[in-house]
Design a protein around this ligand. Structure first.
Ligand SMILES: [Zn+2]
Length: 183
């Protein structure tokens, strides 16, 4: 794999600007150290993943509540919170210590007899989850010298998370998921 191919591994374009590093595992999941240098992901795709796909998926279950419970900081260095329909869970900065606010208590929070509270968060859609996981996987593969992530064998994977210029044109329908073997 060339060090700086200046070809986007998601939209396969060489036309856009390549000024940004790409974090295959989002910084909002605590990854500061593992990144691809500029040249692998064009700025429009990088921007799209950060502001649209990642922001949407990482604020919902399963990632959103886990970020709060595990005290993972946001990209801007703040402790994250997650909310849904009237309740807010905010990380205290300590593992498993969470501030929970709800006024009034309602159907998404269930007090258990032992004093704990069961939270029913809002979940990311399966399509969005798959798109983010494919985006993470392709980015991590690009770190490996022995894998050519530009080969056609990865086109279905790159088409799902990308914004444009791809076979799937930025969408992933249920047929794609159903073709995967689950068991
Ligand atoms: Zn691109």
């Amino acid at each position: 794999m060339p060090r700086n191919p200046f070809r986007c591994l998601f939209c396969l374009s060489s036309a856009g600007q390549f000024t940004r590093r790409e974090h295959p595992i989002p910084e909002s999941l605590g990854n500061d150290d593992t990144f691809l240098p500029p040249g692998f992901v064009c700025d429009p795709c990088n921007q799209y993943f950060g502001s649209k796909l990642e922001q949407r998926v990482l604020n919902l279950a399963p990632f959103g509540p886990e970020r709060v419970f595990q005290a993972v900081k946001t990209k801007r260095g703040k402790y994250s919170s997650v909310s849904h329909d009237g309740w807010v869970a905010q990380s205290s900065g300590f593992w498993d210590h969470v501030y929970l606010q709800s006024d009034p208590p309602h159907r998404y929070l269930l007090p258990l007899p032992d004093g704990r509270i069961l939270v029913n968060p809002k979940w990311a859609t399966p399509n969005d989850l798959v798109r983010l996981l494919l985006k993470i996987g392709l980015g991590l593969l690009a770190l490996a010298d022995s894998v050519n992530v530009y080969s056609g064998g990865f086109d279905a994977a790159r088409g799902a998370p990308a914004t444009a210029g791809s076979p799937a044109n930025g969408t992933l329908d249920s047929r794609f998921i159903l073709t995967e073997k689950i068991c």
